[in-house]
Design a protein around this ligand. Structure first.
Ligand code: NAP
Length: 345
């Protein structure tokens, strides 16, 4: 097993990148050297990580010399531009963007669900959309016991899911409203303070949004089951951190709430709440995905309804990425196979 990893973090100044730097201090990934990368706007700024003051550098295709693992969380365009260069330099890329998630040659991994898939990597492993992660980790133990035929999920997604500028804007909008000033709207498509909107990512021709299609497609890929029907409505709500989901499931066979609770109790990374229900304010800063209000859905045969909340910056993004790195190290499959195998990225 490697004990001397050279790590690069692209997007180190963003909300996901900063969360990753915090989690790196909490978990025992053996790190020799840490390189912080961002856009030219942040080049030269100082950030503390792993007890050191590090200078942020501009990310370029030449930034990956000697790097073993490159975490990229800087948007899809940056991933498409830099991931091939990183792989060609010999780095394994763990990508937080949607650029490669549905590529058949790229594993899409939640370690507690399909950790074995990391062994199939050809230089890039994708970590799923934040809302997909907290849904799929809950579906997995239920689906294994009793096939799920249909999933209807409505999300309540926090501002931090849209990045650092959206969090600042929500705070500024709230202050402006309290002081009777004009409300700034730049980082998000509408005013979020005292409001919500069912519009995350682009509106697509079929009527769904990009975020909704990600949840629908990625869930099937992670669970290795193209037969599950998934319909999502994704909503941005005026919460800083943690996404919530109202989920309705239809199973092949009857599923009693008590049986679902038993299965979820045994699932690593999932915490079941029985006497109360999880809320974003309480869950922010936690690693687990929280499930509550598990009940029979009387509107359909073999139906179950439940409520899921998780910290979108931790399990929904940075923690899952770091767990993928841990999975790769423990399975001893860090090596990037061949340049030609990954050249089509
Ligand atoms: N937020 C979430 O909950 C979440 C969850 C899952 C996935 N993701 C994905 O994670 C990625 C980052 O999201 P975020 O929420 O952390 O966004 P963010 O707070 O807006 O941060 C964006 C980061 O990308 C960097 N960046 C921008 N343009 C760049 C360029 N041309 N070259 C190199 N770096 C560049 C920024 O650097 P500067 O500071 O220099 O501009 C910053 O570090 C996105 O792909 C997002 O879809 C986010």
């Amino acid at each position: 097993m490697r004990t001397d990893l050279n790590i690069a973090v692209v997007g180190a100044t963003g909300v996901v990148g900063r969360t990753l730097l915090n989690i790196l201090e909490e978990r025992p990934l053996p790190i020799n050297h840490l390189r912080l990368l961002a856009s030219g706007r942040s080049a030269g700024t100082i950030t503390s990580a792993l007890g050191q003051e590090l200078v942020v550098q501009e990310a370029t295709p030449d930034s990956f010399e000697g790097v073993d693992i490159a975490f990229i969380s800087a948007g899809s365009d940056v991933s498409r531009r830099l991931a091939p260069a990183a792989v060609n330099s010999g780095a394994l890329v763990i990508d937080k963007s949607s650029a490669y998630r549905m590529d058949p040659g790229v594993p899409l991994v939640i370690p507690e669900v399909n950790g074995r898939d990391v062994e199939d990597h050809r230089g890039v492993i994708a970590t799923p959309n934040c809302s997909t992660i907290q849904l799929a980790i809950v579906l997995y133990p239920l689906h294994r016991a009793n096939p799920i035929k249909r999933v209807v999920v409505d999300t309540y997604q926090s501002a931090s899911g849209a990045g650092a500028s959206a969090v600042s804007e929500l705070n500024e909008q709230t202050r402006a409203l309290a002081q009777g000033r004009p409300v700034p709207v730049q980082a998000m498509p509408h005013q979020l303070a005292y409001n919500l909107f069912p519009h995350i990512d682009d509106l697509l021709p079929g009527g769904y949004t990009g975020e909704e299609e990600k949840m629908m497609n990625e869930t099937r890929k992670i669970l290795h089951d193209e037969a599950i029907g998934v319909s999502a409505t994704c909503v941005r709500v005026p919460v800083s951190v943690s996404h919530s989901e109202a989920v309705h499931l239809e199973f092949e066979n009857p599923m009693e709430p008590q049986e679902a609770l038993r299965l979820l109790d045994e699932m690593p990374g999932v915490t079941v709440t029985r006497d109360s229900y999880p809320m974003p304010l309480d869950v922010a800063g936690s690693d687990d995905v929280y499930v509550g209000r598990v009940r029979r859905d009387p509107s359909t045969r073999n139906g179950l309804a439940l409520w899921i909340v998780a910290d979108n910056l931790r399990k929904g993004a940075a923690l899952n990425a770091l767990q993928i790195a841990e999975e790769v190290v423990s399975r001893d499959c860090l090596r990037v196979p061949t340049l030609s195998a990954s050249a089509d990225l």
